[in-house]
Write a protein that binds this ligand. Structure first.
Ligand code: PLP
Length: 356
């Protein structure tokens, strides 16, 4: 079976982990500091703050922006659930709005319509590796004085008009095992704002500036040097793995028939965390997934249920309908696009998808 994703672990990762273990400095130490510096350089931001996961990065971003009870944060229902959960962790209110059909990303016009006097932030999600319409989102955020937080968990290195994901507002990243850059588990917050960076650093380690003196209620959301060592090795390979993902995506898009292939808008560099097709026209998507699996092609459904349709979320946000998100949830299939695919794998994926 060709897996839909596969962690790329080379000798560099293994040696880097052993070196950390041998050094005796295994918790948040010099490797974490080095990883943060390199990550900030990739994003073109002044700061990067490492965390234990993408979810904790999102949670800290909410807290660092002072979001809490009574504050509304506008986001998308067509995302991994952590985006919406992070708003709830802070005690703020998620306000969901629909997506754009071609990119699967939040619709700027829908954001405008959802703004109230209580709106404090926009949490946009750069889904699958294609950035949101950042000119529009920055325009709305500036006009209404809102914080702009980017869930860039799937888009490390992705760009819009040459500007990198995580550099438009406060960026949050996941370094989970299947992401384009991974540290097994881990996360990162990027910002040019000294105050936000300082708050994130404090909050991730019990609000402690001086050992055992606490400024505020904080958490243990630290990254370890073992994880950072893996992340550094991964980051060194980012350019090469991104090119490979882009080549694989181009190969598939040139050959797939009878399914809707993903869009790349003018001015965007897609980094292909996922290569997501649509099985449209009312065809049975789940049967298509099964047929692919029966013939050795792994795939994923990201995501089968939009956030507003989970029972626990329905109790919080009420009964909402988002037609574009719901249609996407019923039609999408993500195909393997990862850098470890062989030419034979690519040919097989094309052949099997074209039989659907
Ligand atoms: C992976 C992901 C997260 C959460 O990251 P974890 O590291 O798994 O906590 C959040 N948002 C999106 C869009 C993701 O893809």
């Amino acid at each position: 079976m060709i897996p839909v994703s596969k962690p790329y672990i080379g000798e560099e990762e293994k040696q880097a982990v052993m070196a950390v273990l041998d050094s005796g400095m295994i918790v948040q130490g010099p490797r974490v500091a080095e990883f943060e510096k390199q990550f900030a350089a990739v994003c073109g931001t002044k700061h990067a703050v490492a965390t234990s996961s993408g979810t904790t990065a999102l949670h800290l971003a909410m807290l660092a922006h002072g979001l809490g009870p009574g504050d509304e944060v506008i986001t998308t229902p067509f995302t991994f659930i952590a985006s919406v959960n992070s708003i709830l962790y802070a005690g703020a209110t998620p306000v969901l709005v629909d997506i754009e059909e071609d990119t699967f990303n939040i619709d700027p016009e829908a954001i405008e319509r959802a703004i109230t006097p209580r709106t404090k932030a926009i949490l946009c999600v750069h889904l699958f590796g294609h950035l949101c319409d950042m000119d529009a989102l920055q325009g709305i955020a500036n006009k209404h004085g809102l914080a702009l937080i980017e869930d860039a968990c799937q888009s490390v290195g992705g760009t819009y008009k040459g500007k990198v994901a995580g550099s438009f507002g406060t960026g949050t990243f996941s370094l989970y095992a299947t992401k384009n850059v991974m540290s097994v588990e881990g996360g990162m917050i990027t910002t040019n704002d000294d105050e936000i960076a300082d708050q994130c650093r404090l909050l991730r380690s019990h609000g402690m500036r001086r050992r055992y003196y606490y400024d505020m209620l904080g958490y243990n959301f630290r990254m370890t040097d073992i994880h950072a060592a893996v992340g550094i090795a991964q980051l060194n390979r980012l350019e090469a793995t991104t090119v490979k993902r882009q080549e694989n995506a181009a190969y598939l898009s040139a050959r797939l028939e009878s399914v809707v292939v993903p869009t790349v808008r003018e001015g965007y560099e897609h980094v292909w965390h996922q290569y997501t097709i649509r099985v449209d026209g009312g065809r049975d998507r789940d049967a298509a997934v099964q047929q692919l699996a029966d013939n050795g092609v792994g795939s994923g459904i990201f995501y089968p249920v939009p956030a507003h349709q989970h029972d626990y979320m329905r109790k919080i946000v009420g009964d909402l309908t988002f037609p574009v998100s719901e249609k996407a949830a019923a039609e999408v299939i993500s195909l393997p696009v990862h850098p470890l695919l062989s030419q034979a794998d690519l040919e097989k994926i094309v052949a099997e998808v074209n039989k659907l």
